[in-house]
Design a protein around this ligand. Sequence first.
Ligand code: 5GP
Length: 140
Amino acid sequence: MTDCIFDKIINKEIPAHIVYEDDVVVAFLDISQVTPGHTLVVPKKHVANIFEYDEDLASAVFARIPKIARAVQASNPDIKGLNILSNNGELAYQSVFHSHIHLIPRYTKEDGFGLKWHPTNPNSEVLAKIAQSIREQMEA
Ligand code: 5GP
């Protein structure tokens, strides 16, 4: 028995509107439907967020996204685009701590999806420092 709501869906202990399933992922409609067709792609392996993926799991999960995205898009002729979003960490609005990727179909600019995005346009020196500290971690 698990307390994770997505593990419960994966184990069929609670219902969900599943649109795709194989040995690696299950994809089902988000209960909150930001826009119609809003789908979650969830690895069957319980990892909390992107920081817990290894390369094999990432390859397997992300390889499945285009096929599911195409099916969502083809399901409704009014879908004109699709946002792919993954929230990682509470501060980043993650509320279920079993990794998942949101596929959010877009119908118009005024549909249910929006991001507050405030570009800061730092200068090259600032960018260089940030890039250097990330590069150092890539090598770590
Ligand atoms: P997060 O905020 O972690 O990025 O997204 C979690 C998503 O899971 C939310 O959009 C929420 O609506 C969805 N969700 C939470 N509980 C359930 C559930 O029991 N069933 C389904 N289908 N979706 C859920």
